[in-house]
Design a protein around this ligand. Structure first.
Ligand code: SAM
Length: 408
């Protein structure tokens, strides 16, 4: 790939492209970069590059002519190398916002030319005549386009084969899959009293990947709800899994069933609360305590259903016909990942046919469930409860219990 930067400060841009990872890649000819001085293309004696704006106003505007001639020279150089006409990008504060998707798109071109404005900007006519697009690197104004062009050049060039040591280097990073990256740690294990999350020291890569994926989803949901909503939409659920032979759902009626439901409830609750509640609280989540809670809820109008696979209870869900609520959707550990949760949620919603918009609650830390619910048509409808370690002795970290409403 060839990158050209058209600027009043070519040395500044060149020194950046000669340093560190990009500098090493450039020295190995993994890409070509050329920085051009706009002033060299002026036609006046003073080598003046700018003038007052027509119509008045403060500041100066860059002439069209030297930029146009510089772009023509770049086109000629590309043609002499047998390259296609370069894709021309003007860096402007009023351009389209730049994203990782744009970096990936621009990385596909054989030649990209980045044009930097200065002062009040550039004569619009040269943008119209030569520009393929205008890009802004953010909603703020810089004094010149050099930093913006280097942001674009850096994000595009690092995607060129061989520039980063491993392709995985960028595939794991923020925005690649539409999510922000998980937090990173290095030695020492404990720094100023802060320990590295224990899961990262286990050497169990399945667990580590699962932890990192959950961190990514949580961070994105909390910091960038816009990205998270888009990610959920673009990761649609495969069609609802079909009920298999030997699989069914039964109303909890007899004592064995109540015991099975209480055990599933206790195990499920401990799993979802593991990262957000204190150890002391987790220890109170026994099948016995859960059985008492289920009994109280039954008296309050709730009905519970168990999911059976070949006669063994491995999932549960509760519904309340009075209020249109769904709760306690849990699947036993060995039965997870088989679509039982999705099937039971669909089953519960259909049980509440008289409520077109049933509700349920979920901890904000349970991002896997949140993503599933979202893809099944459930949408946020407020915060049902807040667990704050400052006021709640059962809470280990600040957590919200979110209410979701079925919107179909
Ligand atoms: N008068 C312009 C406006 O209000 O949109 C701002 C001109 S700015 C002071 C000078 C140059 O900096 C621009 O021509 C552009 O090349 C660059 N620039 C400033 N902010 C930028 C941004 N957010 N993204 C990309 N380029 C920017």
């Amino acid at each position: 790939m060839r990158i050209d930067i058209v600027t009043l400060f070519p040395e500044l841009c060149d020194s950046f492209l000669s340093a560190s990872i990009l500098g090493r890649a450039r020295a190995k000819n993994l890409f070509e970069a050329h920085c051009h001085q706009i002033r060299d293309y002026t036609q006046n004696k003073q080598k003046q590059t700018d003038d007052y704006p027509y119509g008045g106003g403060c500041g100066m505007v860059l002439y069209a002519q030297p930029i146009a001639d510089c772009l023509r020279a770049v086109q000629a150089q590309c043609a002499a190398q047998g390259r296609a006409k370069p894709h021309v990008v003007f860096l402007t504060a009023a351009g389209r916002p730049y994203t990782e998707a744009d970096a990936r798109r621009l990385a596909q071109y054989d030649a990209v030319t980045l044009v930097c404005g200065h002062y009040e900007g550039i004569d619009e006519r040269v943008i119209e005549a030569f520009g393929d697009e205008e890009i802004s690197i953010g909603d703020y104004v810089l004094t010149g386009g050099e930093l913006a062009s280097l942001v674009v050049a850096d994000s595009v060039l690092r995607l060129q084969p061989g520039v980063l040591a491993e392709e995985k280097g960028y595939q794991d990073e923020s925005y690649w899959d539409g999510l922000l990256e998980y937090p990173q740690y290095t030695r020492p294990e404990v720094w100023e009293g802060r320990a590295v999350p224990p899961v990262l020291l286990t050497g169990d890569h399945q667990k580590i990947d699962a932890w990192r994926a959950a961190q990514s989803r949580t961070r994105t949901r909390l910091r960038r709800p816009d990205l998270y909503a888009r990610w959920c939409e673009t990761h649609p659920l495969t069609p609802l899994p079909k009920w298999k032979r030997g699989e069914n759902a039964r109303l909890v009626k007899n004592d064995d069933q109540w015991q099975a439901a209480a055990a599933l409830y206790a195990e499920g609750l401990r799993t979802v609360c593991a990262d957000v509640c204190t150890v002391a609280y987790l220890e109170t989540l026994t099948p016995q305590a859960c059985r008492e809670k289920l009994d109280a809820e039954r008296r309050g109008g709730w009905a519970f259903y168990l999911h059976y696979t070949g006669g063994a209870a491995d999932g549960m869900v509760g519904v309340c016909h009075k209020t249109g609520e769904i709760a306690h959707l849990f699947v036993a550990e060995p039965a997870r990942g088989k679509g039982i949760g999705a099937k039971m949620l669909d089953f519960a919603r259909k049980k509440l046919a008289e409520h077109p918009h049933p509700t349920l609650t979920v901890l904000d830390a349970n991002t896997r469930a949140l993503a599933l619910y979202r893809r099944m048509g459930w949408r946020p409808a407020g915060v049902a409860a807040v667990y704050d370690p400052a006021s709640d002795p059962t809470a280990a970290v600040y957590t919200q219990e979110l209410r979701l409403r079925y919107e179909g």
